[in-house]
Write a protein that binds this ligand. Structure first.
Ligand code: SAH
Length: 404
């Protein structure tokens, strides 16, 4: 049975027409799903009971289940969700992150996962440690910002043995943020709104970065459909220019993305500016070496006239030698890209380390001297395992320990 949040407005309209329902009912339903963030059919009080019954017989309405949250001193928050098949995924809520898109912002960004696990096995990353399980379905991607906004407003309880002491019943409040408007008055959709006319004035999450667990471009169809829903004025209402997709470098899918009408921002997890360095840490580079990746990025850049970001994790003794700034700068110039330097977040059980602060600053300065637009991310959420896959890994290990 399909989930209701995997459908576009057009598909819902087709279904409602087939059921001889008036067209305005579609917008009432959309209001319940994307503004009120309803989690049950019963809540949809202005839909006739018979229609609610019919919807329930044909579609699921499955919210993500929050099992654990972690908050950092700088109020970055990590959510661990349990899916209907028992798998875990994460999303991270970041209050403002100018380093990600180059513009100052007091808004919130949500880092979204696209797969359970990851098949690409970058050597430094926690997500791939336990392999790839499956692609996320459309609604499991669409639900992440909705559930994070819901979780932000409501307390939750964790199952025994999962939540660390002191975290149970924690309220998910982010400082200085009123509860999302629209939440309190779902009945206002009685007025048969036009699509887009019911968008609340301010939402908690204004930006998405597709940088959570998984390789987004390996779940292309589901992700693109989810992003169309999250971007639509009748859906998530998040501007395409406020969505950044990060890939480890699947060259053919980058070209395909360039041909889509959706104007997404693209970030490339480069982490090495020569095949030699990249081969050491990213197996994907053997399939799509830098020559191919660069050509695909050039195609994207020309097609979209959009600035690409090159992400570069600084790993001590691997890619932090100043001589690496030369090929990196050449690549950045060729792609008209900016470079985002990210100090490595230590992963338990992996041997990699972040370089000392002076080394990071020297690397940044060397790039800037070569006329590259570059930033050094002064990490938010370092203290909450913000790098992808880390909370999930830890919870799985704790669960495994509690079972023996
Ligand atoms: N698979 C996609 C998106 C998920 S990873 C990609 O590779 O882009 C999101 C980003 O986090 C990538 O740049 C990835 O290399 C980086 N990352 C993974 N583990 C990290 C760690 N321990 N510290 C810092 N960044 C990390």
């Amino acid at each position: 049975m399909a989930d209701i949040k995997s459908l576009t407005r057009e598909e819902l309209a087709g279904q409602f027409a087939a059921w001889s329902q008036p067209a305005y009912r579609v917008d009432q339903l959309l209001h319940w799903l994307y503004v009120a963030r309803a989690t049950s059919w019963d809540a949809m009080s202005n839909l006739p009971k018979s229609l609610r019954q019919q919807l329930q017989e044909h579609y699921t309405l499955q919210p993500l289940e929050l099992v654990r949250t972690q908050g950092a001193g700088d109020s970055t928050q990590k959510f661990l969700w349990k899916l209907s098949d028992g798998a875990f995924i994460e999303s991270v809520l970041i209050p403002a992150n100018p380093g990600l898109d180059g513009e100052a912002s007091d808004r919130h960004t949500l880092c979204v996962s696209t797969q359970v696990g990851c098949a690409y096995a970058c050597k430094f990353c926690a997500s791939g440690l336990e392999g790839w399980k499956r692609n996320l379905r459309v609604e499991e991607i669409v639900e992440q910002p909705l559930a994070a906004e819901r979780g932000h407003a409501q307390p939750t309880r964790a199952p025994a043995g999962v939540m660390p002491e002191g975290m149970a019943d924690k309220r998910f409040r982010v400082q200085n943020e009123p509860p999302p408007s629209g939440l309190a008055h779902p009945a206002s959709c009685d007025a048969h709104p036009e699509p887009g006319s019911f968008r609340p004035a301010s939402r908690l999450i204004q930006n998405l970065v597709i940088m959570g667990m998984g390789e987004p471009l390996a779940n292309y169809e589901n992700l693109l459909k989810a992003l169309r829903i999250l971007n639509a004025p009748w859906g998530g209402g998040i501007g395409a220019r406020k969505i950044t997709l990060s890939t480890s470098g699947l060259a053919p899918q980058i070209r395909r993305l360039a041909d889509e009408p959706l104007q997404l921002r693209l970030a490339i997890s480069l982490h090495g500016a020569t095949d030699e360095t990249r081969n050491r840490i990213m197996p994907i580079n053997r399939r799509y070496p830098l020559r191919e990746l660069t050509a695909a990025c050039e195609y994207y850049q020309q097609k979209k006239e959009r600035m690409i970001t090159l992400e570069y994790i600084l790993l001590a003794g691997v890619n932090d030698d100043l001589k690496e700034t030369r090929p990196l700068a050449a690549l950045a110039h060729r792609l008209k890209a900016k470079v985002n330097l990210i100090p490595y977040n230590k992963v338990e059980g992996l041997p990699w380390e972040r370089p000392a602060q002076q080394v990071q600053e020297a690397f940044l300065a060397a790039l800037q001297k070569r006329d590259v637009t570059a930033t050094l991310r002064r990490e938010k959420g370092h203290d909450i395992d913000a790098a992808c896959g880390q909370l999930r890994l830890r919870t799985q290990r704790e669960l495994a320990r509690s079972l023996v």
